[in-house]
Design a protein around this ligand. Sequence first.
Ligand SMILES: NC(=O)c1ccc[n+]([C@@H]2O[C@H](COP(=O)([O-])OP(=O)(O)OC[C@H]3O[C@@H](n4cnc5c(N)ncnc54)[C@H](OP(=O)(O)O)[C@@H]3O)[C@@H](O)[C@H]2O)c1
Length: 261
Amino acid sequence: MKLAIIGTGNMGGAIARGLIASGSWQAADLICTAKTDSGIARILASLPGVQASRNNRLAARGADIVILAVKPWLIGEVIEEIRPVLDFNRQLIVSVAAGISLLEMELLLATPESPALFRAIPNTAVEVLDGVTFICRKNATDTQTTLIYNLFSALGYTMVTDEQHLAAGTALASCGIAFAMRYIRAAMEGGVELGFRPEEAARIVEHTVHGAASLLLQSGMHPEVAIDKVTTAGGITIKGLNAMERSGFTASVIDGLKASQ
Ligand SMILES: NC(=O)c1ccc[n+]([C@@H]2O[C@H](COP(=O)([O-])OP(=O)(O)OC[C@H]3O[C@@H](n4cnc5c(N)ncnc54)[C@H](OP(=O)(O)O)[C@@H]3O)[C@@H](O)[C@H]2O)c1
């Protein structure tokens, strides 16, 4: 099976690197495109063994799955460019472009056939195989959906959902990466004030957050149950939690998520 990534920048590159690192795809089965010579040079440097090309038609023609990963405002011209070489009987089209609906894609493809189309919204942690990806589909069979689900599952947690949930999913998982980073940065700064060197504080906080998420993932516990386990009556943890809540911790997170939709 061959995969074409049309537009191999931050997200296209993260997907390609993740797929190869996961072992689910061989570099030789990927063809990655970019617009400029410097884009091609970046692909060749960061993705050894893949075929790099500026020719979108060549890339799309030979692929079983075509992932469109250019900026949203370029999706129209890229679809127009590759449309003549697409064969909807054997190829699946996946767009990762934010804000381009499945209906818009179908209209851009302008074909009397009902092509199997997918939208995928991965977050940047797909590169380290610990991402979150939402998938929506149109005209796709369950078998085709399983194929695309399995592709992204190699890169982390994957959920098939409907388009109405994509904005909320993007806020939680894609913007969520930045929100989690901001907590990490804040805790690091606190750690330095408490007496650790910056690099020590960074490692401590990174591992603490990673450990907290692993505890929940492995046990299925609700976070409040996990909090109860580390909260002694009258102890320091509850004092810290309550001080954070007085500064609006939970409300700030919810406000931020709602503002990001
Ligand atoms: N970054 C994220 O967290 C994230 C998350 C979910 C979805 N997305 C979606 O992913 C898409 C790409 O975003 P990005 O952040 O990866 O952008 P990016 O880093 O700018 O990458 C875009 C890539 O597209 C290439 N390109 C531009 N025009 C092209 C054309 N006509 N034919 C072929 N390739 C072309 C560029 O080539 P050059 O390098 O040569 O200029 C570049 O490699 C967007 O639609 C975005 O909504 C991003």
